[in-house]
Ligand binder design. Structure first.
Ligand SMILES: Nc1ncnc2c1ncn2[C@@H]1O[C@H](COP(=O)(O)OP(=O)(O)OP(=O)(O)O)[C@@H](O)[C@H]1O
Ligand SMILES: [Mg+2]
Length: 209
């Protein structure tokens, strides 16, 4: 930020398991989003390394990193954006299409997953024709379709009421248990924190134990 330097992450050393639910919590501005953006290669640190399955992703070129991210990660940002011109169904199928899954198979898989998350009646709607909770569930479906080995969810319940938050927490747990993959979730929500296999607390860019 010009002359003023912001240290979003400070001397963070963290080793995560390859499966289970890891919850990252901490106050607003603590560095939660920055940490998971770094883990997924969206934002590279000014120094240090990030190993994912033995590969230091800070050393990959742009093309390799894009390929690696597409194969390894499902990432839902804090403020997810579905593509407004596409239907909910097409939006959810998109990551499979990018992974060269034939269109028919991709749409079938998306349809099945949307039914599981309770959006079977909304598949032909455009993103601006669904409620906030439905949009969040569609974004979750788009993130976990194809069962990526690492799923990262930035505040999946931030804009939801308690009932919808509970539904998302249950869905996150069920899907992680089914896939046996690693879910990294930032949240302040007790309903989700209760599901954690490992909890990481971050404050002012530092991990606190
Ligand atoms: N693009 C940026 N440029 C400069 N500073 C930034 C940028 N993004 C975030 N920050 C700062 O980095 C710090 C960490 O931000 P981050 O978004 O990681 O926090 P957070 O824990 O996710 O907060 P929240 O709970 O509000 O989402 C904050 O002090 C924030 O103001
Ligand atoms: Mg954040």
């Amino acid at each position: 930020m010009g002359k003023s330097e912001i240290t979003a992450l400070d001397e963070v050393t963290l080793r995560l398991p390859d499966s289970g639910i890891v919850i990252i919590s901490g106050p607003s501005g603590a560095g939660k989003s920055t940490l998971i953006r770094a883990i997924s290669g969206l934002e590279l640190p000014s120094k240090g390394s990030i190993y994912v399955e033995g590969v230091d992703i800070t050393r990959l070129g742009a093309y390799e990193l894009a390929w690696f991210r597409r194969k390894k990660f499902g990432f839902k940002p804090q403020d997810p954006k579905l593509i407004p011109q596409l239907t909910i169904l097409e939006n959810v199928a998109l990551p499979l299409l990018f992974n060269y899954v034939p269109r028919k198979c991709a749409l079938e898989a998306a349809m099945e997953l949307l039914q599981e998350v309770g959006l079977g009646e909304r598949i032909m709607h455009k993103p601006d024709e669904v409620s906030g909770g439905e949009y969040e569930r569609a974004s979750l479906a788009q993130t976990i379709i194809g069962s990526p080995p690492i799923v990262i969810l930035d505040e999946p319940t931030a804009h939801l009421d308690p009932e919808n938050s509970r539904k998302i927490a249950e869905l996150v747990k069920a899907k992680q248990r089914e896939a046996g993959s690693l879910y990294i979730v930032t949240t302040l929500e007790d309903t989700i924190i209760r599901e954690a296999d490992l909890r990481v607390y971050i404050n002012k860019g530092r991990i606190e134990f």
